[in-house]
Design a protein around this ligand. Structure first.
Ligand code: ADP
Ligand code: MG
Length: 344
């Protein structure tokens, strides 16, 4: 095997689990973190703490690794462009997944793939106009840098006025749909293989993922439709790495793609304990140019996030279940602090 050094951009829990998987196959890791205290700190071989705009520190990081991956898509493109040739997945897929407008345009152009109805918004006039077109039943979202429901506003005819004073440059407005359930599919691919994790069902509250249930409680018809969509997207991208695809299952059993993340995903954490090969194991296999393995799930389970104050019960939870601490410096409301897995 090619034992080069892996650079991971971002040191949160996804970076942490990537470091742990890398260590298992003898791959050294160096993490770039914008925070002093970060989840991956204890698990990487080296790290650079810096802002993205700091050229000296960025160059130092670029020199420390032979190839790079990301644990969040919210990274300035200028930073990523400097390592374009050594970056997995490709800059193209990250650029699209970073921006909800580009993402929606891209997805709807693929045959057999659809999203909710949406409009580009750049000012209050656009918002008034398009909200009416969507019967005042819609969600306003920033095009970039949103996660866990941040940068999102539910719009109706009564609260529209409140957005008059807001800078509405670079937003999109989506139809707010009533769905049957939310699911996600994770694909790991390289030029030779595409491996799919079976769909899980995702339960959100206040736009934050609370639970992922494996397997999703959907018919085999819907499961196959979801896997087909994932295949169309990942093949079109010529995916090299991990791609998580969030989907809505509509009341008339259609699949609408919600969003994509070209990195390991919270809804794939169940695979650490229930699969022979987790999303992180397979990601590092791609990076190390090794064979991607079928996940081989063994047990039905539920992955539950430990969010905000729930963290104060961590010891209690970990005495009963397989629990993971993300070693975050401080507890904040709505912050993902850890997760645990409950088997059927
Ligand atoms: P984030 O990047 O914050 O995860 P999402 O677009 O996935 O942003 O939105 C978070 C959650 O909000 C979704 O998982 C879903 O529960 C709800 N949501 C988002 N968009 C819509 C929509 N158009 N219709 C209904 N619910 C939505
Ligand atoms: Mg989401």
């Amino acid at each position: 095997m090619n034992k080069k050094i892996l650079g991971i951009i971002g040191g949160g829990q996804l970076g942490m689990f990537t470091c742990i998987a890398a260590k298992k196959i003898g791959l050294k890791t160096v993490v770039f973190s914008t925070e002093r205290q970060f989840s991956a700190k204890k698990f990487c071989d080296e790290y650079v703490i810096s802002e993205f705009v700091d050229q000296n520190n960025s160059n130092k990081f670029f020199d420390l690794a032979d190839f790079f991956t990301i644990e969040t898509e919210n990274i300035p493109l200028d930073f990523l462009k400097k390592i374009k040739k050594k970056l997995l997945p490709s800059l193209n897929i990250i650029e699209i997944a970073q921006n909800r407008l580009k993402e929606k345009k891209y997805l709807n152009a693929l045959p057999g793939v659809k999203t909710v109805k949406y409009f580009e918004i750049n000012n209050y006039y656009d918002l008034e106009n398009k909200a009416e077109k969507l019967n005042f039943n819609c969600i306003l979202k920033t095009q970039e840098f949103g996660y866990d429901g941040k940068g999102q506003f539910v719009i109706n005819s009564k609260n529209l006025d409140r957005f008059k004073e807001m800078n509405l440059n670079k937003f999109i407005l989506e139809e707010k749909i009533n769905f049957k359930c939310e699911i996600s599919v994770i694909v790991v691919g390289n030029s030779k293989q595409q491996v799919y994790y079976p769909p899980v069902e995702n339960i959100h509250s206040h736009s934050i993922l609370r639970e992922s249930i494996f397997p999703a409680r959907i018919s085999s018809l819907i499961k196959n439709k979801a896997l087909k969509c994932a295949e169309i997207i990942s093949r079109d991208f010529e995916l090299n790495g991990v791609l998580a695809i969030e989907m809505f299952v509509t009341n008339d059993n259609q699949i609408l793609i919600n969003e994509m993340a070209p990195r390991p995903h919270n809804s794939g954490h169940w695979s650490i304990d229930s699969c022979k090969f987790s999303q992180f194991d397979n990601l590092v296999s791609v990076l190390a140019e090794e064979k991607i393995n079928q996940p081989e799930p063994s047990k039905n389970c539920k992955m539950i996030n430990i969010i905000g104050d729930d963290y104060f019960k961590f010891n209690q939870i970990s005495s009963k279940y397989k629990a993971y601490d993300y070693f975050k410096k401080e507890v904040r409301p709505s912050r993902k602090m850890g997760h645990y897995v409950v088997f059927d």
